[in-house]
Design a protein around this ligand. Sequence first.
Ligand code: GLU
Length: 474
Amino acid sequence: MENTNFFGDVCNFFDKAAKHLQYPAGLLQQIKMCNSVYHFQFPLRLDDENYITVDAYRVEHSHHMLPVKGGIRYSEMVNEDEVKALAALMTYKCAVANVPFGGAKGGIKVDPWKFRVGELERITRRYTSELIKKNFIGPGIDVPAPDYGTGPREMAWIADTYSTFNSSNTSQTDSMACVTGKPLSQHGIQGRKEATGRGVYYAAREACRVGEDMKKLGLTEGISGKKVIVQGLGNVGYWAGYLMQNEGGAVIVGLAEREGAIYDANGLNVEEVFKHRKETGSILNYKKAKNITNSVEALEMDCDILVPAALENQITAKNAGNIKAKIIVEGANGPVTAEAEEILLKKGVLVLADMYANAGGVTVSYFEWLKNLSHVSFGRMDRRYDESTHTNLVNVIENITGKALTQHQRSVVITGPSELDLVNSGLEDTMIHSYHQIRDVKMKNPKIDSFRTAAFVVAIDKIAVSYMDLGIFP
Ligand code: GLU
């Protein structure tokens, strides 16, 4: 499904929210528009010696803070409108999550599953060189990351290409901060792979913790036992489903992928379904689960929480009326269209908007960027020191009280944090804090009709203040 007015939709959401704020029209216009749009083509030599021309984009939506940040997607559906919309969403996402960056997005119009590894490497390295030529990449300028169709492998090629072209001693030192989502061995960070899915899980969990809101939806408090359907078993959907099940105690009743979907009211094991799909090439025919051949139909099955974590434009005016979920958590960017949202709001559905719900990825990207610039992994300097301080404290308490802790109690109290502990804790804090920042804005202004509008209000407000503090606008 192609939405040719995705950027228009994002701007409409923006306009709706801006009405609740008192900023000059010119300032709002400056925030809304894309600052730089770079569309280019380059030739690619295929392994069979034929040539094709590749269409590519990088859009920097807002330079109110630098660097700008956002993923690169490889998909046949990439077009200028889509990249602009996704770049704009990145600006608002960073603002909502308190990540001090502007927003950007890149796209290459190729189906990555149709190319061989060497071809993909040539595409990625050439794309990076084109960005370097135009100053569209760099640790303080524009920092890409993975998105649909890309992953750590592509990020490693980007980092390597960038550092080859920036070989002076000073620029070389920080060159690894030119891109995030890199493999661990290539200066990546623990927890980045799961980060977006983990953020989706924290978002859903936080919404379910607010008893007052759950009561209005006719649901009980807490994520445990909630019936969940996840669309997309890619990096975001897989980790969101896995963590909702294994850390949150939710029951995953449905999983949908391109080839079809499966449903089992008694619950599916996300990890097993993933393995089954890998082994058989399809999600269908998993144990006793019911097969649904038209994957989009799975979104209409019975559940409490629906997580669309595939692509944009999945819940439209056509199917919104049939959705049974009371809570939708947007793992993907733009899965619910503006028209669909109106229908869902009338039904009283709580839609946790993408710019908040999937902000976990860019949040941990920010941590990776910090790690690359400080040239030390989190916890490296203080872990052992913390452990010895905790040990001394426990020893003193045991001496004074004459009571000894069990081995388990001792290790819980003493153990210092690893990089992964710190990353997950920083991510959890961001998701909880941002949730309540958005919810508070909505609660204080009854005219704000949706969580998405409230999220836009939070984002626009922060960006407007930063422009005004620059002295550009009075
Ligand atoms: N592509 C991801 C997103 O849409 C991550 C962006 C990043 O880490 O910069 O949020």
